[in-house]
Ligand binder design. Sequence first.
Ligand SMILES: C[S@@+](CC[C@H](N)C(=O)[O-])C[C@H]1O[C@@H](n2cnc3c(N)ncnc32)[C@H](O)[C@@H]1O
Length: 244
Amino acid sequence: MSETDINNLDQKILFDISTEIFIKNWSIYRKIIENDNMSHRSGYSKLKEILLAEMDRPFSFLDLACGDAYYSSRTLRDTKAREYIGIDVSEQALSFAKEELSSAGFETILVNADFFDFDRIVRQPVDVIWVGFSVHHLDIADKLEFMKKARNSLSAKGLFLLYEPVLIEGENREEFLKRFRETYDRHWRGLNEEEEESLFEHVRESEKPETTEDWIKLGKNAVFTKAEKVYSENTGLYEIFKYG
Ligand SMILES: C[S@@+](CC[C@H](N)C(=O)[O-])C[C@H]1O[C@@H](n2cnc3c(N)ncnc32)[C@H](O)[C@@H]1O
């Protein structure tokens, strides 16, 4: 794929409660990553294990809602990645991503756009589609539509992978928020009071997790042949799903 296979949509960037925290102040999320509050380290190490085991050919990697690509750029080192395409609404995050990927050794394309529209941006099939912590912002109908688009955009034997928050079976959203708060108090570090408030507002207003079973069911309904959970991190909030 080359720049000419990328359609730069001239679109108005969505600026709402789900994106505000990332567009206005990337440093909050950067602290979350640095303190490993959301288990980036172990989750991305699982992603690397999967890529090394299953992608034994040169592959293209589409990173949707890529943020600053801090972990994806490191994860792709020593894999057979030949090309990286990152899409995100936050220009600030993309400018950091450019630096992170500057010595990656493979072709890199970064696009400032809504990840939901990736199929109008990337015009060639891709080998791996990865979304870290972002599909849960969508309503259930949009989750399914998004997953169908992912299914249709993969090359033969391509992989679609998500790292997302999960509801415990029988847990409602209120109970999830309570569990998030308890997990925050026990495990999270590094945010000051104001940053903490922004985070809670973001989680309260825009997180729509699904149960493990429903994340798998969405994949099956999107007509993936295989849909499975492949990883749970140790706070119990986030899991990785693999579809192919
Ligand atoms: C929780 S961060 C995840 C970043 C990265 N994927 C990771 O694993 O750390 C969510 C990212 O999604 C981006 N984002 C949120 N809504 C988006 C949208 N509709 N389209 C594109 N990017 C979006 C934010 O700017 C932010 O970079």
